[in-house]
Design a binder for this molecule. Structure first.
Ligand code: SFD
Ligand code: AMP
Length: 654
């Protein structure tokens, strides 16, 4: 095949837009919205410019797009050190306690803001009864004024959150507009612009200087020049073969549109990553991926195997052989493990007894209250995972009458929910050892590049509220960075060359698509969807996806790397028929790198730290003596190699 170069013979050249700013926010999700809200307070009085770039429409972008039914991190009456213990326990003993502590002391303030901005929060009335968001708004005080939330669990509170993201985005857009007017920018909020890669300073490759992206609606290339950037493009979905295929493909628990951009772009500029071996495999309502938290915690439903046994009890002692006391802490992965044991033994289906739970709750209720309860059961999913309500309706299932099946999902890479993959960042000044603090809070190892939410590794259980709060932390610290660094970094890349690179898949399509009778089958290119399937198959079979019950090993991974190398090579030959497919091409380019980071880290950690998320068949036990440490890595873009190494874990809270 001839080497590919873009001479704009077959693809019309895009308009090139160059935009200059001081503080660039990549993403428009919870962390991004928090960042611009907070940064505006500090940057605008200094005349510093803030710009946000989101691949989608910020009102409904990111993981909270459909809404949520609960805010999973609200400390309220709980002490911060107790929060650290909870996160440590759930994540099997290895977290950055400085980051988690720092978040815990700030997160409630974001929740108070959400309520002030209009988010309906459930309240507990004086007689102990639950008031839904609308009633609570009318008759109970705000949380910040002493109003009592309805706690589903120790850390979780209930909301009517269908419009959660719209409410949070509105405050962010107001802040952006305030900054735009004060600094005289023509535009500072770019929606439907997909950021492809970061650009670093010509003289200092470890200093951020800009980013490049393209519009998914107009033929435009965007070149952003900045002095500091926040990379908050969420986690990574669709790296592994999905459980839902065919007509159900595209259903997932985490958002399919978050495609690993955070991890891939950070890796490409040499930012240190941490705990990329970690993943999240949520137990979910089968086929619709409905979250289980409200059902387990609020409605107090129980799950059993087909024999009616509680697998969290019956499998405990067997699990203890490998995982010792970790079985008693019962982190999220351990709950999965005990369930998977029964599934593998043919004792499924595992069912959650929503019917029993509802009947029990109804015992003390009036008929009107029962109807309300049933409405809430549906709303839990209509607020947040509409597909699940669809699956119930399609299968003639009423949760108050019949139980539902549970199923562990395909793996996701993320740093904000019950997982901790991400980027290694500097911690707070006042808490933690010196080696955890090398600059500004939430700054990566690349100067001026910050992250938050799913981007920050080794500190999960932030959820929506914590991601917003962490975005605020990062936004404020970026302003501090900008105040101390008045220089203007400059990248050496030429905008024309960047355009050629970004639009190469469209040139490839134009040049070769008529070469074969079926444009899907062509020796000169691979369509993004096919590449994605190859990646998913490779990860599924070699890196412990659903078809192997999450089982992998050194030998499997080593075999998988051979295919991964070829997929990586072929990713440079993706084609794009239109802008939409161009988006798919670059998303997959990011997914491949995120997948590789995950697999390289899995290969390095020779133990099974997260049973129920994945297993190293050659090292089935937890090995605290050798592996109670962080696994970090740095990618070399030139040589395409990974340096993976250990960093010590420090326990800061007793
Ligand atoms: O029920 C680019 N989450 C829950 N959090 C809670 O507090 N309560 C819940 O109830 C939660 N549950 C839940 C949750 C998520 C989902 C999908 C479901 C249920 C069904 C988790 C939170 O939502 C999550 O922790 C935060 O949203 C994470 O915040 P952040 O900012 O790290 O990610 P984001 O919000 O997804 O935003 C990402 C943004 O990046 C954009 N983007 N922009 C430009 N260029 C690129 N290359 C880009 N790639 C991505 C996206 O458009 C988006 O704006 S429950 O399961 O527990
Ligand atoms: P989920 O809906 O599964 O995403 O969970 C939402 C919240 O509830 C998270 O904080 C989980 O850790 C917690 N959670 C979910 N299921 C359980 C359970 N069976 N026991 C305890 N906590 C749970």
């Amino acid at each position: 095949m001839e080497p590919k170069s873009n001479s704009w013979e077959f693809c019309e050249k895009p308009e090139i837009v160059v935009h200059e700013t001081d503080l660039l926010v990549i993403g428009g999700g919870m962390a991004a919205c928090g960042a611009v809200f907070e940064a505006d307070r500090w940057a605008t009085p200094q005349g510093l410019r803030i710009t946000m770039v989101d691949k989608a429409a910020t009102d409904r972008s990111g993981a909270v797009a459909q809404g949520l039914s609960a805010i999973n991190t609200y400390l309220g009456e709980n002490p911060v050190d107790e929060y650290v213990r909870y996160v440590r326990k759930d994540l099997m003993g290895i977290i950055r306690e400085d980051l988690v502590y720092d978040l815990g002391r700030l997160v409630d303030d974001s929740v108070h803001l959400f309520e002030e901005w209009g988010l309906p929060v459930w309240k507990t009335a004086e007689d102990g009864k639950s008031l839904d968001g609308a009633t609570g708004k009318r008759s109970a005080p705000l949380l910040k004024d002493g109003g009592k939330p309805v706690r589903s669990g120790r850390w979780q509170i209930m909301i009517n959150g269908e419009s959660y993201k719209v409410i949070v985005a509105e405050a962010a857009k107001r802040a952006l507009e305030n900054n735009r007017q004060a600094t005289g920018m023509a535009q500072n909020h770019f929606e439907r612009v997909f950021v492809v890669k970061l650009l670093t300073d010509a003289n200092d490759p470890k200093r951020i200087a800009g980013a490049v992206g393209f519009s998914v609606r107009e033929k435009k290339l965007y070149v952003f020049k900045c002095k500091s950037a926040l990379l908050v493009a969420g986690g990574c979905v669709n790296v592994f073969k999905t459980r839902s295929t065919g007509e159900g493909q595209g259903r997932a628990w985490f958002p399919v549109w978050n495609s690993g951009s955070t991890y891939a772009m950070a890796a490409e500029v040499g930012a240190e990553l941490t705990m990329m071996e970690n993943r999240f495999v949520p137990a979910r309502f089968k086929d619709g991926y409905g979250p289980v938290g409200a059902w387990f915690l609020l409605f107090k439903a129980k799950a059993t195997n087909a024999l009616g046994e509680d697998y969290t009890e019956t499998n405990k002692e067997e699990a203890r052989k490998h995982y010792g006391d970790y079985v008693d802490s019962m982190g999220t992965c351990m709950r999965n493990h005990l369930m998977i044991m029964d599934m593998k033994a043919g004792k499924g289906p595992i069912k959650i007894h929503t019917d029993v739970a509802m009947k029990k709750l109804a015992e003390t209720m009036t008929p009107k209250e029962i109807k309300h309860l049933e409405a809430e059961a549906w709303e839990d999913f209509l607020d947040m995972t509409i597909a699940q309500a669809g699956v119930w309706a399609a299968n003639n299932m009423e949760p108050e009458k019949v139980p539902s099946e549970l199923m562990p999902s395909e793996p996701y890479l993320l740093g904000s929910h019950a997982g901790c993959a991400g980027i290694w960042v500097s911690g707070p000044e006042d808490f933690g050892p010196a080696e955890y603090h090398w600059g500004y809070n939430r700054m990566t190892t690349v100067k001026g590049l910050f992250t938050a939410g799913d981007g920050v590794g080794a500190s999960g259980h932030k959820f929506s509220s914590g991601s917003h709060a962490e975005g605020r932390l990062a936004g404020k610290n970026m302003v501090a960075f900008l105040m101390d660094h008045k220089d203007t970094p400059a990248f050496k890349e030429d905008a024309e060359d960047l355009a050629k690179e970004v639009f190469m898949p469209m040139e490839t399509w134009g040049k070769y698509s008529k070469y074969s009778t079926d444009p899907n089958i062509n020796p000169h290119y691979i369509r993004p969807q096919m590449l994605q399937k190859r990646l998913q198959k490779c990860m599924d079979e070699y890196a412990g996806g659903v078809s192997t019950w999450y089982m992998s090993s050194a030998s499997l991974l080593d075999e998988g790397f051979k295919y991964l190398d070829l997929i990586k090579e072929d990713s440079l030959h993706m084609c794009a028929e239109n802008l939409h497919e161009l988006l798919r091409a670059w998303e997959n380019y990011h997914r491949v790198l995120a997948a590789e980071a995950h697999a390289r880290h899995m290969r390095f950690r020779e133990e099974t730290r997260y049973p129920g998320y994945y297993y190293r068949g050659d090292h089935l036990a937890i090995d605290d003596e050798n592996w109670k440490c962080f696994v970090n890595s740095v990618y070399d873009r030139q040589t395409k190699t990974w340096n993976v190494f250990k960093r010590p874990y420090h326990q800061l809270v007793s």
